[in-house]
Design a protein around this ligand. Structure first.
Ligand SMILES: Cc1cc2nc3c(=O)[nH]c(=O)nc-3n(C[C@H](O)[C@H](O)[C@H](O)COP(=O)(O)OP(=O)(O)OC[C@H]3O[C@@H](n4cnc5c(N)ncnc54)[C@H](O)[C@@H]3O)c2cc1C
Length: 431
């Protein structure tokens, strides 16, 4: 039996591994558009500074079994950390999640924001379902937190009016922290609390940046998979009872590449399916890495709702592993999203990131050693209001063609690597 894996990022490399476990005699061929393997789990090393070029990635999960399996891949070469993440509000660093960290605010401000929040929670009618993301934010968190943090921050990351983003994904267990009354009372009383507990401790590879996570999965299958790196999937069709991918005949295909590109590769996709695939919306992500001639503060990543600053988050990845920067120096990455179709001006974004860091007092001009930028066309799948409907039309048709779709882009879900792991494992087991 010959199986094709279409797209060889984290989902693709896992699919190859689980396929070979299930069908040990199978011949697996992987098609990967990029010459560099890793997808969003890619790392670049420049002058002894390590940058995760798909953005700040850490390993965590509320699924203990999945977490254990992913950490085990790293074979003891994982560092464990206590999360130090903050929301930057004016000059203050409010510990993340914001509603847990409000205890650092002056009492009057704290009382105002928590008063708004409690008032909002008390007004939620039974059985309420938010109409869209804006509705969810305003109804759940109240005016204060919505205006000061959640609305500007979400507008920066989604780059769409928030009433055009569905709220379905906030119900995904573990995806987002949701306020809990006991926590709120504590934080109102000025007592530190920890929220989003499954992420409060995280793992990170000791060496090689986050790409090690991908590499570890790749090493398990490398000599048993024919990887066609640099070969995008361009043509998928049927020959007799078999599928043909770029002319290669296969008995089964597992797709871990973006659905719009996959559907476009079929010559015979019905119009309804082609239109649904085109309507699946997404954001690109630009990651700007900055090497600094100064030590990092004791922080991991910082959310920046301030609309004047180009990036929505920056991360001190030299604190994820000491191997990520030379002693006494630091490596920082900043993330910027762009709507699909917008051609980014990377030079301008690099300059704007440095300006933002200077403005926030994160670095001084003389600290900046070098700056680099990387673009990922597919960064974030968007939950537009018609997302579920379009996704269902595409996935139903693909199933009929004998193609199993997995991963962030095959399922079009805002999934982290743990959810992708579970999805791929379950999909291959159910084939
Ligand atoms: C900024 C950011 C921060 C994140 N932080 C975390 C985190 O802290 N922890 C965590 O667990 N997860 C995190 N994630 C999510 C994580 O990156 C994804 O869950 C995971 O990488 C998805 O893997 P994938 O294989 O589904 O997609 P991708 O990694 O995007 O892989 C898709 C692959 O398909 C290939 N491809 C595209 N088109 C074609 C084609 N036509 N033919 C062949 N191949 C093609 C691409 O080149 C790519 O290699 C983050 C994501 C982002 C964007």
């Amino acid at each position: 039996m010959r199986v094709a894996v279409l797209g060889f990022g984290w989902a693709g490399v896992l699919a190859a591994g689980f396929l070979l476990e299930r069908y040990p005699g199978a011949e697996v061929v992987a098609f990967e558009k990029s010459r560099r393997l890793g997808g969003l789990l890619s790392t670049a090393e420049i002058n002894s500074f390590t940058f995760d070029i798909g953005g700040s990635h850490v390993i965590f999960s509320n699924d203990k079994a999945v977490l254990a399996e992913v950490v085990a891949l790293l074979g003891g070469e994982a560092l464990e950390h206590q999360r130090k993440a903050y929301v930057r509000l004016g000059d203050l660093f409010v510990p993340y999640p914001f509603e847990n960290g409000l205890y650092v605010l002056p009492p009057e401000e704290r009382a105002q924001l928590i008063g708004d929040l409690v008032e909002a929670l008390m007004k939620i009618p039974p059985g309420w379902r938010p109409k869209h993301l804006l509705d969810w934010i305003e109804t759940t968190f109240g005016n204060g937190i919505a205006r000061r943090y959640l609305i500007p921050y979400n507008e920066k990351i989604w780059k769409r009016p928030l009433d055009q983003i569905s709220a379905d994904w906030v119900y995904m267990p573990g995806r987002l922290p949701v306020p809990d009354v006991k926590t709120l009372v504590k934080t109102a009383a000025g007592i530190p609390t920890v929220g989003y507990a499954e992420q409060s401790r995280f793992y990170y590879p000791r060496r090689g940046g986050i790409q090690r996570q991908y590499q570890a999965a790749l090493e398990r299958v490398r000599d048993r998979v024919a990887v066609r790196a640099g070969e995008a999937v361009k043509e998928v069709g049927r020959r007799g009872g078999r599928l043909a991918v770029n002319g290669v005949e296969v008995d089964l295909a597992v797709a871990a590449m973006p659905l719009p590109d996959l559907i476009a590769a079929f010559s015979d996709a019905p119009e309804e399916v082609a239109k649904a695939a085109e309507r699946l919306d997404y954001n690109q992500v630009v990651v700007v890495g900055v090497a600094l001639d100064k030590p990092a503060p004791d922080q991991h990543w910082i959310y920046v709702p301030d609309r004047r600053i180009v990036f929505h988050r920056y991360a001190w990845i030299s604190n994820y592993s000491p191997a990520n920067a030379p002693p006494g120096r630091s490596a920082l990455i900043a993330e910027i999203t762009l709507p699909r179709g917008v051609e980014p001006d990377l030079e301008r974004l690099k300059a704007e990131v440095v300006e933002g860091l200077l403005e926030l007092g994160v670095a001084r001009e003389r600290d900046v050693l070098h700056v680099e930028a990387w673009l990922h066309r597919y960064g974030y799948p968007l939950y537009t209001l018609d997302h579920a409907q379009n996704r269902d039309v595409v996935l139903r048709w693909l199933r009929e063609q004998g193609v199993a779709a997995v991963g962030r882009w095959g399922q079009w879900h805002y999934w982290n690597t743990d959810k992708v792991y579970k999805n791929v494992k379950e999909t291959i087991a159910a084939l």
